[in-house]
Design a protein around this ligand. Structure first.
Ligand SMILES: C[S@@+](CC[C@H](N)C(=O)[O-])C[C@H]1O[C@@H](n2cnc3c(N)ncnc32)[C@H](O)[C@@H]1O
Length: 239
């Protein structure tokens, strides 16, 4: 799939697809490639672009609330997740975090308990071009903990994350990193308690708040709208 862009319009289309809008009919050539310009039958030009991370956030089909790119950035920076790493992720949800990590060259095993969400996530991984490196498993991650071990990074975005954190001494390889996203502070407290209980080190929780800046003729100031706080991210490592 590629992004077809005309001014503020963006459409996700596949080679060979036929797409109709008020700008005309777009017949996508089978051999379309990034950088091409294709026109609708009314002569409106669309530029063809490869998808990048923020495009996935904007255009993948949404199920579980997707992690925002800025929080993905924090996960990447704090865990140091990098090409060649084996990553355990749960739950998959829309698959934004998994797709970003897959695009970085990691091997991701991600669990999604809802079978319909898992199907959507598999399609999303195809769209993101990471179906070969992100394996979406349908099921409850807590059911498989006995069979999972030796991951470089574990990323969790589920209510029952504390139960998985308790198993990080086997889930993580030595020096491996844990990242847990929680929307609520109560759940975060349980995550921290579990991490302490099993002897992880470098335990740190960040309240992820960012303010977007507005620049206009009157002056510059932080935006008065939009989402400032998204959630809490807890990081820790296995000794
Ligand atoms: C908030 S979403 C995750 C979003 C994801 N991090 C992303 O970036 O798109 C949480 C997902 O976890 C799934 N889930 C909850 N508990 C689970 C469990 N124990 N095992 C597997 N998936 C689970 C839910 O069905 C939901 O789709």
């Amino acid at each position: 799939m590629y992004l077809f862009v005309h001014e503020d319009r963006e459409y996700l289309l596949a080679p060979g697809e036929r797409f109709e809008s008020d700008l005309g009919i777009l017949e996508v050539p089978e051999d379309v490639a990034p950088g091409d310009v294709v026109e609708t039958h009314l002569g409106t030009a669309f530029t063809v672009r490869r998808l990048r991370g923020p495009d996935l956030f904007a255009h993948l089909e949404r199920t579980g609330a997707p992690m925002m790119p800025r929080d993905v950035g924090l996960v990447v920076g704090k865990t140091g997740v990098a090409a060649g790493d084996r990553v355990l992720d749960a739950g998959t949800g829309t698959g934004i975090l998994s797709a970003y990590m897959g695009r970085m060259g990691t091997e991701v095993v991600t669990y999604e308990i809802d079978p319909d969400f898992a199907d959507v996530a598999r399609n999303n991984m195809e769209t993101a071009g990471v179906a070969n490196s992100v394996e979406v498993r349908t099921g409850d991650v807590t059911d498989d903990l006995d069979e999972l071990s030796g991951f470089d990074v574990v990323t969790l975005d589920t209510e029952d994350a504390p139960a998985v954190v308790e198993r990080t001494p086997t889930l993580l390889s030595r020096g491996g990193s844990l990242a847990v996203y929680s929307p609520f502070v109560e759940n975060t407290r349980e995550v921290v308690a579990a991490a302490r209980e099993v002897g992880l080190y470098g335990i740190e929780t960040l309240d992820t708040i960012q303010r977007e800046m507005d620049f206009d003729d009157r002056g510059s100031r932080p935006s008065t709208g939009g989402v400032g706080h998204t959630g809490y991210l807890t990081f820790a490592r296995r000794p």
